[in-house]
Design a protein around this ligand. Structure first.
Ligand code: FAD
Ligand code: FES
Length: 342
């Protein structure tokens, strides 16, 4: 894994709780990325190492700087550290860009639909800018949900794109909006896919691809209606900012003791029900490799040498992992014989 040290050249305030960090591209070893991918930032806070992925809000073929946009999470360790401590001229360690929430190059499509809410706009903005600048004839529809206008990240940039490209159509959904403000592309309430289908040109669904980034409820309702409209599942892409866990999947999981072999040492860990092996290892002070914590990047991959484990929360069936390979960020032991190496 290549590590970059990137210098912050600008910090932009987007809304009252969201900022954009703009990093200078290194002179020699340029950071190459695709629209929709993420940059993993590494921090040391009170002596402990923290790693967090942030989707690029910049687009590689459009923006000079590498940009990520961070919303403050209440009591969140890293997002608050970035807001309160990080400043211009600081140098931050990052991993190489990763992620597969990108425009596929093997598809024939005429319209891109971007569905997002709150900070889920970041990769969608990158994809919108990238697509509009390289393929201005492809239609890009952005369906974007927020509390109100003040809360809307990139409101200004979205207006600029709308003025520049006739093929770009944003639709704003506001939960706090006075009814008199309503215009055809401004709707009161949460994103409601049925309502969207009433206001868009339904022909645009033919030959369309869809990107969804936002809370689970949004993802599920959008997916459901798209499938009803015969959009093929392989034309629907989504990115989760958090691991989605269904409590039902934990019914037969119990607190277990395991052995973890890391960096030449064997560590005995008690894994409480509901916590992943990665979480417990990090809490025990082990500097295990990881990035997304959503079962997407494979950075936390370990090899099971003994015992039984299950991965919970993976969004896709993973044919790329062999039977003894497990992603520790979603792994839960099923017995006390687990011996895993990373
Ligand atoms: C692929 C990927 C891309 C991401 N891109 C972005 C991005 O562009 N902008 C951005 O702001 N964040 C993004 N995130 C989320 C980001 O990585 C962190 O998880 C987030 O900043 C919280 O970290 P923290 O250390 O402040 O909170 P933590 O201290 O890790 O968590 C504190 C509490 O907040 C909850 N929590 C964690 N993340 C969120 C969240 N996103 N929303 C609400 N509650 C949360 C946790 O469950 C926990 O209870 C992305 C995550 C992934 C996996
Ligand atoms: S940290 Fe990315 S797959 Fe586990």
């Amino acid at each position: 894994m290549q590590i970059f040290t990137l210098k912050i050249v600008e910090i932009r305030k987007e809304t009252s709780d969201t900022i954009t960090l703009c990093f200078k591209q290194p002179g020699l070893k340029k950071v190459r990325y695709l629209a929709g991918q993420y940059l993993t930032l590494i921090f040391r806070i009170n002596g402990r190492r923290y790693i967090r992925p942030y989707s690029f809000s910049s687009a590689p073929n459009v923006d000079k700087h590498l940009e990520v946009t961070i919303k403050k999470v209440p009591n969140g360790i890293v997002s608050n550290h970035i807001h309160d401590i990080v400043k211009v001229d600081d140098s931050i360690e990052t991993m190489s860009p990763m992620g597969n929430f990108i425009i596929p190059d093997n598809k024939d499509y005429k319209t891109i639909f971007l569905w997002g809410a709150g900070s889920g706009i970041t990769p969608l903005m990158s994809i919108a800018k990238s697509s509009l600048s390289s393929n201005p004839d492809i239609n890009v529809n952005l369906i974007y949900g927020n509390r109100n206008k003040e809360n809307t990240i990139f409101k200004r940039d979205i207006n600029v794109l709308q003025e520049k490209f006739t093929t770009f159509k944003p639709y704003h959904f506001y939960t706090q909006l006075s009814v008199k403000e309503q215009l055809p592309n401004i709707v009161q309430g949460r994103i409601n896919p049925e309502k969207v289908l009433e206001i868009i040109d339904q022909n645009s669904l033919n030959n369309s691809i869809h990107f969804i980034c936002g809370p689970t409820g949004l993802k599920e309702s959008v997916k459901e209606i798209l499938l009803l409209y015969s959009i093929e599942p392989e034309n629907i892409f989504y990115e989760d900012f958090e691991l989605v866990k269904d409590p039902k999947d934990f019914e037969d999981i119990e607190t277990r003791n395991i052995n973890l072999f890391f960096n030449g040492f064997e560590h005995k860990l008690e894994i409480p029900k509901g916590k992943s092996i990665l979480e417990v290892g990090l809490d025990a002070g082990l500097e295990l490799p990881y990035s997304c914590q959503t079962g997407n990047c494979n950075t936390c991959k370990g090899k099971l040498k003994d015992g039984l484990m299950r991965m919970i929360g993976l969004k896709d069936i993973r044919n790329d992992l062999s039977k003894d390979e497990f992603l520790l960020c979603c792994s839960h032991p099923l017995n006390n014989e687990v011996y895993i190496e990373i």
